[in-house]
Design a protein around this ligand. Structure first.
Ligand code: SAH
Length: 349
């Protein structure tokens, strides 16, 4: 385990770093050089900062750490999906996934170690929440996947989704700070339009996103537009009901003018009937939206099973009749347990 008594230098903003350099009698512009090494070049140690004097490098080493993540385990699926088990500075593990398609390479990143939300069908929920990830820990997952995209596919990373472990809106500040770094020209220079934040649905925070003028995309894990069923699947629905979410989404759309994607798993005997399909179609009318029907990745022998293809077709027909765009997403990386939280569950904590 790395020492944790020194300050992590990437907790400092550029301004703070400039102030620090001035306070120790160094030139202000050195701060910008260090900042670039740390962020756009993702350097992992001070010795490689070749435009700094040896004395400055030694000084930084004595006073700061660079708490870089480490890809601890790496698995490659036969469909090309790559799954990283990422070790953090305090030895906690999160996971991130590279998902290749013919047009895109998408990074799926985690925002928390574990999760506090108790969605009944999700593997991460079994882990409980340990802590929030820092902005640099989120950023580093993207950098690691960007390197893998170059190395294994000779293509650039094109998209980022916050669909790994944790609830991004319960780590609001750090997730937004990470996205700001990812989009910045002094970071990775990726357009916010290529980033999607997926949330369990916390009405207050969806409104806050709109108020904060974010420019990335929003996805909501809906799974049912009927309160009784949704509460059974996702206990957060007790305090963030379908109606409250609809109101928050209307507010989001009135400000951002950005469509929302609804993620939706159809489970056998749980939400696979016409009543649920019609409720979803009705919900989709609130604001411009589309539906991603996700295949369920079973996490155990429990009550949740993927619905039959006939039931999926029933949904598609009802949505299409209502003029709603819906796509069926094939599960990726099933042979390497790429479903939310599965790999981390298998690692000895
Ligand atoms: N907390 C956020 C992001 C993490 S989960 C959210 O709830 O959106 C990312 C997506 O995977 C969510 O839509 C979630 O409902 C879904 N999911 C979780 N476990 C799954 C599983 N075993 N199979 C398929 N989808 C799953």
């Amino acid at each position: 385990m790395q020492q944790v008594n020194k300050q992590d230098i990437r907790k400092l903003s550029l301004q703070e770093l400039e102030q620090y350099f001035e306070s120790v009698g160094e030139k202000r512009f050195r701060a910008r050089q260090v900042y670039e090494w740390l962020w756009s070049k993702s350097l992992k140690n001070f010795d490689d900062m070749t435009n700094l004097s040896k004395a400055t490098r030694e000084h930084l080493k004595e006073n700061f750490d660079i708490n870089h993540i480490l890809v601890d385990q790496f698995q490659r699926s036969n469909d090309g999906t790559i799954k990283n088990a990422v070790k953090l500075f305090d030895d906690q593990i999160v996971e991130s996934v590279l998902i290749p398609t013919s047009k895109r390479i998408t990074a799926c990143v985690s925002s928390q170690v574990g999760c506090s939300l108790d969605c009944n069908f999700c593997a991460t929920a079994r882990l409980k929440r340990m802590r929030n990830l820092n902005p640099d820990e989120i950023y580093d997952q993207v950098v690691a996947i960007q390197e893998e995209a170059r190395l294994y596919f000779d293509r650039p990373l094109t998209n980022i989704v916050f669909m790994g472990m944790g609830e991004p809106l319960l780590n609001y500040q750090n997730v937004l700070a990470a996205i700001e770094r990812i989009c910045s020209p002094t970071g990775l220079g990726i357009s916010p339009r290529r980033i999607t934040l997926s949330t369990v649905g916390i009405a207050k925070m969806i409104r806050k996103l709109a108020d904060d003028g974010v420019r990335f995309n929003l996805a909501l894990s809906l799974h049912s537009a009927i309160n009784e069923t949704r509460t059974r699947l996702m206990p957060i629905n007790q305090t963030n009901t379908v109606e409250e979410l609809a109101d928050a989404l209307k507010y989001w759309y009135s400000i951002t003018k950005r469509k929302v994607t609804y993620e939706y798993v159809i489970w056998d005997g749980i939400n696979d009937d016409e009543r649920h399909a019609r409720a979803l179609a009705k919900f989709c009318k609130h604001i411009p939206s589309k539906v991603n029907i996700i295949q369920y990745n079973p996490i155990d022998e429990g009550e949740y099973r993927q619905a039959s293809p006939e039931k999926v077709s029933l949904y598609l027909r009802i949505l299409e009749d209502s003029g709603i765009v819906a796509k069926v997403r094939k599960s990726r990386g099933q042979d390497i347990d790429a479903a939310c939280g599965q790999l981390a569950n298998k690692i000895d904590w």
